[in-house]
Design a protein around this ligand. Structure first.
Ligand SMILES: Cc1cc2nc3c(=O)[nH]c(=O)nc-3n(C[C@H](O)[C@H](O)[C@H](O)COP(=O)(O)OP(=O)(O)OC[C@H]3O[C@@H](n4cnc5c(N)ncnc54)[C@H](O)[C@@H]3O)c2cc1C
Length: 393
């Protein structure tokens, strides 16, 4: 294998977007994935408008849209007040080719990208290749892969760590992952139950504030996902039982209980940002660089924005631009992660934990003013984060 390539650790959504972008831009890539196949894990299910615009450039938006559900509106409710406000992305249709959230699992995107790229001459994929160590010098990066007790070295000109929250690349470089872990855990319960039939005027994306037990409902093809934060002392084993899940689901619609449950999954929730997104010839993107609570669906989306920002800069440098071009990646993406993604995901959590009185009043004021509605939708859709990133470097 030629050293004249970019190595990418991790074939999640962010690693594969970076790989596809670079390969299309004429830069050879090798993706090193620890698993023997792409992950099946059901995590992100929301794609925001500018992310779909970026995926369109890679030929991946149309097949993804064909497998997902378009959600042109989203809404906030409380158990006490019912519907507080509904927003429609039509108000920002002049800023994006995709004025809706797409509800679709991230595992569909990775399969689409892999399918599109696997015969591309600049794209190489290696499964069963866990990256265990990184060393770099002035000319390139050497990565150690450990498999069945054997070590193998792979070398490239640059390395992108897209290997998720426990990133071996980040650890190997000793980059701190600053922030904290919430004591609450996130319980995701999915059900084929038809909530449209019993909740009037429901959107496919609906956040319900409540000081005791807030939750949100997201529709994906064939299922609804109900997400709850679990802050009681109950053990992980106990909260993943059907009885516990049914007790939470019984609070969603008064009088409805005993749901058909398809999956129950428990996640830890963190707010962490790597101290640097770059060290020498190695870069961090996606969950390797930052993790946050899922309120607002900004983790994977922000990670895909990292991937596109970095890949376009690396491609420019590969083809002769000054290397300073790459310095802007850390400034822009780390800056906007702190200023925007961390700030608003924490704010979103506080809003849902509230009684909804103040939060509801502020939403009504935004709805009553067309300019504020537009500004709000640009923020929620993450378009404002991209504008802000471009101002930072
Ligand atoms: C319940 C839940 C809901 C969520 N909903 C949303 C949402 O709606 N919208 C949103 O934007 N985000 C959401 N997120 C966050 C989103 O899932 C992550 O931000 C996203 O998966 C990050 O993608 P990634 O490619 O950076 O990392 P990952 O998806 O974690 O992929 C990392 C890849 O690297 C591989 N790997 C790991 N270690 C190594 C190694 N040492 N060597 C080689 N390969 C390695 C892994 O096998 C994996 O394939 C949600 C998260 C959860 C838990």
């Amino acid at each position: 294998m030629s050293e004249e390539r970019v190595l990418i650790a991790g074939a999640g959504p962010t690693g594969l977007v970076a790989a596809a972008h670079l390969a299309h831009a004429g830069v050879p890539v090798t993706v090193l994935e620890q698993g023997s196949d792409l992950s099946e894990e059901s995590r992100a299910s929301t794609f925001h408008p500018p992310t779909l615009d970026m995926l369109d450039d890679l030929g991946a938006a149309a097949p993804l849209i064909a497998q997902g559900l378009k959600a042109p509106t989203f809404q906030y409710r409380t158990k006490k007040h019912g519907l507080l406000a509904e927003f429609d992305f039509a108000a920002i249709a002049d800023t994006t080719k995709h004025p809706y959230r797409l509800q679709c699992e991230q595992s569909k995107l990775t399969r689409i990208l892999h399918g599109l790229m696997q015969s591309h001459p600049n794209f190489e994929m290696r499964f069963d290749s866990p990256v265990a160590g990184v060393e770099q010098d002035d000319a390139g990066v050497s990565v150690t892969i450990e498999r069945n007790g054997r070590r193998e070295a792979v070398r490239g000109r640059y390395l992108i760590g897209a290997d998720g929250a426990s990133s071996a690349v980040r650890r190997s470089l000793g980059i701190e992952f600053e922030g904290f872990t919430w004591p609450d855990r996130l319980l995701v319960v999915s059900t084929p139950f038809d909530f449209f039939s019993i909740i009037p005027d429901l959107s496919s994306v609906s956040y319900v504030a409540d000081p005791q037990r807030w939750y949100f409902l997201l529709q994906i093809p064939g299922l609804w996902r109900a997400m709850f934060l679990v802050n009681e002392d109950a053990s992980d084993e106990r909260v993943q039982t059907r009885e516990f899940a049914q007790s939470l689901m019984a609070g969603v619609v008064p009088g409805v209980s005993n749901y058909e449950i398809a999956h129950i999954t428990l996640y830890k929730v963190h707010q962490r940002v790597a101290k640097s997104f770059r060290q020498g010839r190695t870069f961090l993107i996606g969950d390797a660089a930052h993790i946050n609570n899922p309120l607002g669906g900004m983790g994977m989306n922000g990670g895909i924005h990292d991937a596109v920002n970095l890949a376009s800069r690396l491609a420019a440098v590969w083809h002769g631009e000054k290397t300073e071009e790459i310095d802007r990646y850390d400034k822009q993406r780390r800056g906007v992660t702190l200023e925007y993604i961390q700030k608003y995901t924490i704010q979103n959590k506080k809003n849902l934990e509230s009684s909804g009185d103040e939060f509801g009043a502020s939403l009504k004021a935004i709805k009553a003013d067309a300019a504020r509605t537009r500004e709000y939708l640009l923020r929620v859709s993450m378009i404002a984060s991209l504008t802000r990133a471009s101002e930072l470097g």
